[in-house]
Design a binder for this molecule. Structure first.
Ligand SMILES: Cc1ncc(COP(=O)(O)O)c(C=O)c1O
Length: 408
């Protein structure tokens, strides 16, 4: 590491500061504002809305037939579940390591959650999944690629096919990631992406639902609040699919507007290049952190082409006082880490035990053990490689000061 001890006493950049929106997106946004036509269906007779163009372009990027732009990924997940046919009280499998909008979408759909254990590398536990994926009991699986960690998708598909389970992917953290060359979000019947500020493309809030299923997308378009303007969508099946459902699907008003769509369209063009920039930072941090005694980054399967927009690592200790001291000391030196072992849901972390709106949350000893030691850090692209080195050096200093004391 090249930084002197004095230079790296405190890291001063913000962990929540994203890069500015590019000029092309700003110009497109200003044009929408000047036109006054911000609502996606407020377009001239022969005009195509920014939202419709975004849907066509994102479906093209994903190689999927259809895309729907939504108000958020949470609303896209809810619409995907409803449109796939989830009924009141049906059970939905879900990995226990995910974030609150995922169980929230399941609860919103009136369904019950069946939480599945995770492994030491933070992906879903196949053994527990196979044990819980009973065809006479469960028909759905909302798989969250939480913090960008993808399980072996071929094994997932095998378990789903063998048990007649419909897979829906939460790709909030895997836009642009691939499993064995295939894009995350192309494995399930539907997949949902987030365009919220901390994700891989940024419109403040927003979500994108993709699928190849004409019935699913037609329902989702009407559910999203099309006011019967579905003919304004480019990424859609023909009218006969809508004719059959247009009066039996309610309007839940979860649309995206033209302003956000205009901001997002140019970002799709640069998505793959941005993913590579994240990965350069991730790989540097990963190699530095793995050299620190008492800290381990998860092993990643060579088939997983992740997008390292955040990094997680496991501490050797599960002693709460030691972990809190480690986190507080890092924070005092400007390094903001989150901790999934916190019993209280705070600032973008929430352990499954806090989703008390579900009855009978199970005991998941492996997930408990893993979350109790797991730290989490954002990697915004406003950090350069030298910043990543500084951060790793501070974490190494603090670990040296605090973690070995516990070991002794
Ligand atoms: C794993 C995961 N899934 C889904 C979502 C929902 O995204 P949104 O905020 O766009 O609703 C989030 C949000 O941070 C998330 O972290």
């Amino acid at each position: 590491m090249s930084q002197s001890a004095e230079q790296i006493r405190v890291f001063s950049k913000s962990f929540t500061r994203q890069e500015p929106i590019g000029d092309q997106a700003i110009e497109a946004a200003v044009a929408i504002l000047k036109s006054g036509r911000i609502h996606r269906y407020n377009v001239g007779k022969d005009e195509i809305s920014q939202a419709a163009l975004l849907e066509k372009e994102f479906a093209g990027y994903m190689g999927k037939k259809y895309c729907l732009a939504c108000a958020s990924c949470g609303s896209a997940m809810y619409l995907a579940l409803k449109s796939a046919g989830v009924k009141e009280n049906e059970k939905i499998l879900c990995n226990a390591y995910t974030l609150a909008p995922v169980p929230g979408a399941i609860e919103n759909a009136g369904a019950r959650i069946v939480l599945v254990e995770i492994t030491d590398d933070y992906t879903i536990d196949f053994e527990d999944l196979a044990a819980k994926a009973k065809p006479d009991d469960v028909k759905w699986f909302m798989m969250s690629h939480m913090r960008g960690h993808m399980a072996d998708m071929n094994k997932i598909l095998d378990i789903c096919t063998q048990n007649n389970i419909t897979l829906i992917e939460d790709c909030a953290h895997t836009m642009g990631a691939r499993w064995n060359g295939q894009l995350s979000g192309t494995f399930g019947s539907a997949a949902c992406f987030s365009t919220q500020t901390y994700k891989h493309i940024n419109s403040g809030e927003g979500g994108l639902l993709v699928t190849d299923d004409p019935d699913l997308i037609a329902k989702a378009i009407i559910y999203s609040g099309s006011y019967m303007n579905y003919d304004r969508h480019l990424s859609r099946p023909n009218d006969t699919v809508f004719d059959a459902i247009r009066e039996i699907v309610p309007n839940y008003s979860c649309r995206m507007d033209n302003l956000r769509a205009a901001i997002l369209r140019p970002q799709i063009q640069s998505l793959d290049a941005q993913c590579e920039r994240w990965n350069r930072r991730y790989r540097l941090l990963e190699s530095c952190l793995n050299q620190i005694p008492g800290i381990h980054c998860p092993e990643r399967d060579p088939k997983e082409q992740y997008v390292g927009s955040s990094i997680q690592f496991t501490l050797d200790t599960d002693k709460e006082t030691v972990i809190r001291q480690f986190l507080d000391t890092c924070l005092a030196r400007g390094v903001e880490l989150k901790w999934f072992g916190n019993k209280k849901p705070v600032g973008f972390t929430s352990a499954y035990t806090s989703w008390k709106y579900f009855d009978n949350l199970p005991e998941l000893p492996n997930t408990d053990r893993i979350l109790a030691r797991m730290c989490d850090m954002r990697i915004p692209l406003t950090f350069d490689l030298a910043d990543c080195e500084k951060i790793a050096q501070i974490i190494a200093d603090v670990a040296d000061q605090i973690l070995p004391r516990e070991a002794a």
